[in-house]
Design a protein around this ligand. Structure first.
Ligand code: FMN
Length: 412
């Protein structure tokens, strides 16, 4: 059983989303403000549909926290769906409400609609689309925010930025960046309407989205997630399901509409010579030694608490399934949003006649939001690996274990 586990429940237009996170040690300071900031970031970004105007997500903490601190019991969160007032009959759990809204019978290509209806034996596709919708990711972001708060106690930060929307791409070279540069790039991206650190490209991306909006079309793109301050030694090479790169890619790939996930230089590695992409190892003994949790200098610093460093970070902070002390770098590609105003051909599941696919109010481009969800999934995965390595039922115990390991690693 894993040290940290979580599960979500809730339909897109149901009463609320709920989530349970088990395994956070006692004594972590947390408030709903720590969570709501990320919920707001997830709702932003140019290209979102009408729903974002209705919803202003806030997390209610139902359990696991008392007087501002975790108590070691499962943390349960709830996010109300403000739109439920318009759906209380359509999404009612009561048998009497059956038939209060028409069934959805026209599956949308690119969605779970048809495969889900077949699998779960449903004649009303709403019973599938309500859960397959990415609305569920609001709860993942909320749970991820709790783990971000936990990781920040150990100097670990998680961020993301958009690098591509459609054919517009920025040339940021993430592998050459040290921690400081990564955080600076992140701060720039946070100011952009599309969460892209490049101002000129941001404008082009926004124009592209505006055009797709006008034409009733949709767009996808690519985002990068980074993690700074990660100590060497999370994850393991000893078994396939303990490799951290495998866990991260699964977590990020599980986000709706993700079609590819890379670590570090990723697919580009296949086009290079070995000599070009291995991160050569340097050793600089320090006198006096590094302060606790201290960082090394160097071209790509970020190597946490050790005398070993690298000039580059093509590996994206993971070698052999184990963190090597460099920033973790993850990249994911999102396909264009399947629901489009310009309808696609489909077949009615009842009449079997060729028709136009159903249209529900929809985003045009959600890559900026997907980056925030990516951060949450990576934070949850890193927090799990961190607790697996250091354990601890209280923050004090986790801290002692962490400090003693860092002391050892510093001298290695
Ligand atoms: C943040 C975010 C927002 C999304 N918004 C929409 C949307 O408004 N309309 C839509 O059809 N799909 C949207 N999607 C994508 C679908 O949820 C996804 O394509 C669908 O569930 C099928 O899953 P698959 O693409 O992974 O196969 C969104 C995805 C994310 C991550």
């Amino acid at each position: 059983m894993s040290t940290l586990r979580y599960i979500t429940a809730g339909e897109s237009h149901g009463k609320a989303l709920t989530g349970i996170l088990e395994g956070i040690p006692s004594g972590l300071k947390i408030s709903s403000d720590d969570i709501d900031g990320d919920l707001k970031r997830r709702q932003g970004g140019y290209g979102r549909g009408g729903r974002m105007k209705i919803e202003s997500d806030r997390a209610a903490i139902l359990s696991g926290v008392r007087w501002g601190k975790t108590i070691g019991s499962p943390v349960a969160l709830m996010i109300e769906n403000k739109d439920y007032k318009n759906w209380h009959e359509g999404m009612s759990p009561l048998a009497e409400a059956e038939g209060s809204i028409p069934a959805v019978t026209r599956p949308r290509p690119g969605h779970a609609d048809l495969a889900g209806a077949m699998k779960y034996d449903q004649q009303d596709i709403r019973n599938i689309l309500e859960r397959s919708s990415a609305r569920e990711t609001a709860m993942r972001v909320a749970l991820g925010a709790v783990t971000k708060r936990f990781l920040s106690e150990f100097g670990i930060s998680v961020g993301s930025f958009v690098i591509r929307i459609g054919n517009q791409k920025t040339a940021v070279k993430i592998h050459d960046m040290n921690e400081k540069e990564l955080l600076k790039t992140f701060a720039k991206a946070e100011k952009s309407v599309v969460r892209c650190p490049d101002e000129a490209v941001s404008k082009k991306m926004a124009r592209l989205i505006a055009r797709a909006m006008k034409e009733g079309n949709s767009l996808g793109g690519t985002f990068e997630v980074f993690v700074t301050g990660v100590p060497a030694g999370l994850g393991s090479h000893i078994q396939w399901d303990r490799r951290l790169d495998g866990k991260i890619t699964q977590a990020v790939m599980s986000i709706q509409a993700m079609k590819g996930v890379e670590i570090g230089l990723g697919f580009e590695m296949g086009r290079k010579l070995g000599s070009e992409v291995m991160d050569e190892i340097l050793y600089t003994p320090l006198n006096p030694p590094l302060a606790k949790g201290g960082r090394r200098g160097g071209k790509v610093s970020g190597d946490v608490g050790t005398c070993f460093s690298r000039k580059t970070n093509f590996a994206g902070g993971i070698e052999g399934g184990i963190t090597n002390g460099m920033p973790i770098i993850v990249r994911a590609v999102m396909k264009p949003i399947p629901t489009q105003r310009k309808p696609l051909r489909s077949v009615d599941i009842i009449t079997k006649k060729s028709i136009e696919a159903a249209y529900e109010r929809s985003d045009i481009c959600a890559v900026p939001a997907a980056g925030v969800i990516g951060e949450a999934m990576v934070a949850l995965t890193i927090a799990e690996a961190f607790l697996e390595k250091f354990g601890g039922d209280s923050m004090g115990e986790t801290r002692r274990n962490y400090d003693s390991y860092m002391e050892y690693v510093r001298k290695f």
